[in-house]
Design a protein around this ligand. Structure first.
Ligand SMILES: Nc1ncnc2c1ncn2[C@@H]1O[C@H](COP(=O)(O)OP(=O)(O)OP(=O)(O)O)[C@@H](O)[C@H]1O
Length: 248
């Protein structure tokens, strides 16, 4: 079976400055790959190229999925739409009948820990955490087989971040979608991903690639902690992350 997302010798530059060249990546069906690396190494650019938001300057990107969805750091809800209509937004674009849209959106909202009473509220009436939950629900509502996650939980506090990570891991297991995750948070990558690519600060090259043991959701907190601790001592990670990022 061919991988749903393949980058072959992809290169990109902004304003004449080469960000990366000859970048290769294959994300397999049902696999979540985390891109981690220092600020400016090109993680978001790679994700945007994969999601078709940005055209690469060089190389080929093959995408073989039915439906994609993106979860951004800032959930980007439409301010004049209710929570329910925001979550149903992608379904409306797909032409699903209104009753069906509302039914799916309400189910997803509850699955993400939102409450029935919140559904008619507008984004300004919601907390940041509720908006973030809505962003994840909106992405899952379209039943994607490819999910792009650009620092999806970095603006949420530690408790909620953990909770949303667990919801996402559970959703990936039951729905079987592939994922590309951009994060600064090594713990998040070790919890959510099957494979981890570490980008180099210097030229966006892959400095390291690690397949994580077991499946997301099956790794104990201790195992995650020990893996992150071990990598914190690894020179590849040591060079790439500040002490603050390693502590998160
Ligand atoms: N539209 C743009 N025009 C010009 N330069 C850009 C543009 N988008 C990104 N860049 C530059 O490209 C580099 C890589 O950006 P990118 O957002 O991909 O990095 P990143 O690894 O995701 O960083 P961060 O972790 O800080 O989000 C940065 O130096 C950034 O300033």
């Amino acid at each position: 079976m061919t991988a749903p997302l393949v980058f072959s010798r992809v290169g990109h530059a902004f304003l004449g400055r080469t960000l990366f060249e000859d970048f290769d990546l294959a994300v397999e069906a049902g696999e979540t790959v985390a891109l981690i690396g220092p600020s400016g190494s090109g993680k978001t650019t790679i994700l945007q190229i994969a999601a078709g938001i940005l055209e690469p300057a060089k190389g080929r990107v093959l995408g073989a999925w039915r439906r994609q969805a993106v979860v951004f750091q800032e959930p980007r809800l439409v301010p004049w739409m209710t929570l329910l209509d925001n979550i149903a937004y992608g379904l409306a674009a797909r032409g699903e009948p209104r009753a069906r849209r509302r039914e799916v959106a309400a189910r997803l909202a509850l699955e993400m820990g939102l409450e029935e009473a919140d559904l008619p509220k507008y984004p300004t009436e919601l907390s940041g955490g509720m908006r973030q939950r809505a962003g994840v629900a909106r992405a899952l509502a379209v039943d994607p087989d490819m999910l792009f996650l650009d620092e999806p939980f970095s603006a949420t506090d530690v408790g909620l971040r953990r909770h949303l990570q667990n919801l996402l891991i559970a959703a990936a297991r039951t729905r079987g979608f592939s994922g590309l995750l951009v994060t600064h948070d090594l713990t998040e990558a070790v919890r959510i991903a099957d494979r981890l690519l570490v980008l180099s600060a210097l030229d966006g090259r892959i400095a390291a690639c690690h397949t994580l043991p077991g499946r997301p959701g099956e790794r104990s907190e201790r195992m995650v902690f020990e893996q992150v601790e071990a990598w914190s001592r690894d020179p590849v990670f040591g060079e790439l992350f500040s002490a603050r990022e390693r502590r998160r």
